[in-house]
Design a protein around this ligand. Structure first.
Ligand SMILES: [Zn+2]
Length: 214
């Protein structure tokens, strides 16, 4: 801990310019800022350093999307309030459905002052929020990833205990409820929800459909 008491904010965004401007804004407001390029990077930092007071995370990032990252944070660091950031939603001030966050900041439409106000409020109310976060055992929220060579859809889960990722075949499409599977590495149960409706993580690309069967 430093000589002065400064609250620390972890900013997670794959765009260097966004990271830089958010860090500058928060620094000017008197916060200590650490940054990460994507979810994996952020998790490494969370394991290394004392936890930040607030996490601000983009939702659309390579390696590990913000959705997945925030769901791991909620399970693993339930005491840290989080702000989800995205340019891909039209949902006013509300946290979009399926996103495990305490607040939402719409890139390009909200003003920086609003983000600062949100961060300040989250810090003030973090103790009460932590109690709630501990009570909800948040499942891992994951987008559908793609299909394997046999055409079976799969997802990539991140274990909330050991933080390693592993693929899992999706046997039944369209099941949008909480499911559970043992971690491939440490066998801890991992709860998850597959969201088949949203695909903001990877823009839809035209896949030339394989002829049925093989
Ligand atoms: Zn594990």
């Amino acid at each position: 801990m430093g000589d002065t008491f400064k609250q620390r904010i972890l900013v997670v965004d794959d765009e260097p310019s966004v990271r830089g401007s958010l860090a500058g804004l928060l620094n000017d407001a008197g916060y200590d800022v650490i940054t990460a390029e994507h979810g994996f990077d952020a998790l490494l930092q969370l394991r290394r350093a004392p936890p930040p007071d607030v996490i601000i995370s983009d939702l659309n990032m390579p390696q590990m999307s913000g959705f997945e990252f925030l769901s791991v944070v909620r399970r693993r660091f339930p005491e840290i309030p989080v702000v989800a950031v995205s340019g891909a939603y039209e949902s006013g001030d509300c946290v979009p459905g399926g996103v495990i966050a305490d607040a939402f900041y719409a890139k390009g439409r909200h003003h920086p002052e609003q983000l600062l106000r949100t961060v300040g409020e989250l810090i003030q109310t973090s103790a009460a929020r932590a109690i709630n976060h501990h009570r909800q055992s948040a499942p891992v929220w994951i987008p559908r990833n793609g299909k394997d060579s046999k055409g079976v859809p799969y997802i990539v889960l991140t274990c909330t205990e050991c933080l390693r990722s592993f693929p899992l075949s999706v046997m039944q499409e369209g099941v949008q409820e909480i499911q559970q599977t043992p971690c491939l590495f440490c066998t801890s149960p991992v709860r998850y929800i597959i969201d088949f409706s949203l695909d903001v993580f990877s823009p839809r690309h035209d896949i030339t459909a394989e002829p049925g069967g093989e």
